[in-house]
Design a protein around this ligand. Structure first.
Ligand code: NCD
Length: 321
């Protein structure tokens, strides 16, 4: 594979290769000198049309730790705000000799277009497109689950993951459902009916409207909370649930719900968190929370993706993953 566009594209072997490579990368990150010479002379462009904190910094750190030259390009302050098209932006990046383009875009499908329209010959890594996909987030989540619950190797066979909240607007949920299933885990989506997408019954997972029942009866090994994405709610949050208080009563993770979880169960959130809405401060900061670790693991996973796409692992250039 030349690009990383969707978690759904990954086979089990490709996903395991990525996670194993990320484990090797993570091991290098506890050394005093964290920088590897692997991508010296290669250029990685971070092309961000939508706001991001973690993902952008994480990709930048990953590329720099591999010694690539990094160019950060955000839509604000560039000619994109003057109406320049994705095509012209791509042609500019091509002229600059970009070897990889990491793209976040509000339009679902933009990374796919960038990869396949023939405008540039760089590897394209999807850093989140609309409500569609966010494959490196799913990989870092799988990496984190594997470390905590599966001994750090192999797949996630038999593990139970509850993904809770605003599934409708979440590319993280879409990416995770597919990757977790590919790796053998069982997934239940828990959400109010208004925040479940049409067609969810065709996804490889179960669904529930009842968080308390899912936690008490199904006993998940990991509980992944999703952000309520107000900025994507046309008509405002009121079109989807009666009030913030009502939402957190029914779907928020708080100390009362933490208490019913099995001892080993971990709590995850991709960030940014709405503390007090989908997750209480107590839950976010509890011993079960691996939220800060998810961020750290993001660097190792993105190093692995850049390495496999640009240096091709041990095989020929661009043929792995
Ligand atoms: C997620 C995203 O942007 O899709 N965040 C992230 O990448 N860390 C989830 C979100 O915005 O809620």
């Amino acid at each position: 594979m030349k690009h990383l566009l969707s978690a759904q594209d990954l086979t089990r072997d490709e996903a395991i290769l990525l996670l194993d490579t990320a484990a090797q990368m993570a091991a290098t990150q506890s050394r005093e000198i964290k920088k590897l010479p692997t991508l010296r002379g290669r250029t990685v462009v971070n092309l961000f049309f939508e706001d991001s904190t973690r993902t952008r910094i994480s990709f930048e750190t990953a590329a720099k730790r591999l010694s690539a030259d990094v160019i950060n390009f955000s839509a604000k302050g560039s000619s994109v705000s003057k109406g320049e098209s994705l095509k012209d932006t791509a042609l500019t990046l091509h002229a600059m000799g970009a070897d990889a383009v990491v793209v976040r875009h509000w339009a679902s499908g933009a990374p796919h277009q960038l990869a396949h329209a023939g405008w540039l010959d760089a590897a394209v890594l999807n850093a989140g497109d609309g409500t569609h996909q966010h494959p490196t987030q799913a990989l870092l989540d799988a990496f984190t689950i594997r470390r905590h619950l599966a001994g750090g190797t192999g797949d996630l066979a038999g593990l139970r993951v509850a993904i809770v909240g605003d599934v409708l607007h979440s590319r993280v949920a879409r990416s995770n459902v597919h990757l977790l299933r590919t790796l053998g885990a069982d997934v239940t989506l828990v959400s109010p009916p208004t925040l479940l997408p049409v067609g969810v019954e065709t996804w490889p997972c179960a669904t529930s409207y009842d968080l308390d029942a899912t936690l008490a009866d199904w006993k998940p090994d990991a509980v992944m909370m999703l952000r309520v994405q107000r900025e994507r709610m046309s008509g405002g949050a009121g079109a989807f649930f009666p009030s913030a208080l009502e939402y957190s009563r029914r779907y928020g993770l708080d100390h009362r719900r933490l208490a019913v979880l099995p001892d080993h169960t971990i709590v995850m959130h991709p960030g940014p968190m709405n503390r007090g809405l989908e997750i209480s401060a107590q839950a976010a900061d509890s011993d079960r929370s691996v939220i800060v670790e998810q961020v750290a693991n993001g660097v190792a996973v993105r190093m692995a993706a850049l390495y496999l796409l640009l240096a091709g692992g041990s095989s020929a250039e661009g043929t792995s993953i």
